[in-house]
Design a protein around this ligand. Structure first.
Ligand SMILES: C[S@@+](CC[C@H](N)C(=O)[O-])C[C@H]1O[C@@H](n2cnc3c(N)ncnc32)[C@H](O)[C@@H]1O
Length: 279
């Protein structure tokens, strides 16, 4: 029909007497592979039955109801055995595992027990409070004896942070990127600082600091008067990143001349370049 692997490989195998045509020599050829050539263990198959990796039902019955007696179990928890297999196949210790649909937190719990870093996103605050957070606390505290705990000899440790994600700073109108309506004054400054990796810190005209670089956020037009005023607050060897909603044509050049290493960015365009956040 067609070469299932290249003709050259087949002919090499034939020359090495590694092609088997069945007892009578008239069957579909099979290429022999020797144990020394294959990895130890089992190659994953497509079909993973519940008796190997568990099910929603076993996750509830054998694990989560015991972990949280008296709490109505999350409707669709994955069994830890299933995530154990996936994470084992796809990652190495220290890798970052992402689950955008956190739910009861199985992915985070298993990744944690397996020595991976993890990020979960969950849209429902009540799911986080009722299921995700308490479960992961138990994992960290070594108070979760179920799931894969024994198999991977998990005893607790590590930690995690829970962050509430704010509204997007951007809105899209047709193919234009705009700032969201709420992005004004302090809220705008705080969002810009956070996006650009500055610690938010109000001090004179500045809204943040990163080493010797200050951040100034201008909710309006940065012209030469604004630029001069901001630069006058810089200490020696400090520079500034100014983010403004709009800028006079000469302002960026003036800033560069007045303060080496300083720069002027226009929001939103300069904050995102080709979908990447500018830092
Ligand atoms: C099937 S559950 C996930 C189950 C989870 N893997 C576990 O083992 O418990 C799907 C979860 O995704 C959440 N979800 C749905 N849409 C979402 C979104 N856009 N962003 C984040 N989470 C979302 C739901 O609230 C629900 O908790």
């Amino acid at each position: 029909m067609y070469w299932r692997f290249s003709k050259e490989n087949f002919e090499r195998a034939l020359a090495e007497d590694r092609v088997y045509f069945g007892v009578d020599g008239d069957r579909m050829p099979i290429v022999k592979r020797y144990l020394t050539e294959v990895q130890a263990g089992v190659v994953p198959r497509t079909w993973w039955p519940a008796n190997e990796v568990g099910s929603n039902m076993s996750a509830k019955r054998d694990h989560l109801r015991k972990l949280f007696p008296g709490v109505a179990a999350f409707a669709t928890p994955k069994p830890e055995g299933l995530l154990h297999r996936i994470i084992h196949i796809a990652t190495k210790p220290g890798d970052i595992v992402l689950d955008c649909f956190g739910g009861s937190g199985t992915t985070g719990a298993v990744a944690h027990k397996m020595g991976r870093q993890w990020v979960l996103a969950e849209v429902s605050p009540s799911t986080v409070e009722t299921f995700t957070k308490p479960r992961l606390m138990k994992v960290v505290n070594g108070e979760d004896p179920g799931g894969i705990t024994q198999e991977v000899e998990w005893n607790g440790g590590g930690g995690f942070r829970v962050l509430e994600v704010g509204s997007s700073l951007y809105e899209r109108a047709a193919d234009r990127l705009l700032l969201a309506d709420w992005a004004k004054g302090d809220m705008f400054a705080r969002a810009v600082a956070s996006q650009m990796g500055f610690a938010y810190e109000l001090d004179g005209p500045f809204a943040g600091r990163k080493g010797r670089t200050r951040l100034a956020v201008v909710d309006g037009v940065a012209d030469d008067v604004v630029v001069k005023s901001i630069v006058s607050y810089l200490e020696e060897e400090e520079r500034v990143t100014i983010v403004a909603k709009s800028a006079a044509p000469e302002a960026a050049e003036l800033l560069r001349q007045m303060s080496k290493g300083s720069r002027l960015l226009k929001a939103p365009g300069d904050l995102v370049r080709r979908g990447k956040v500018v830092r």
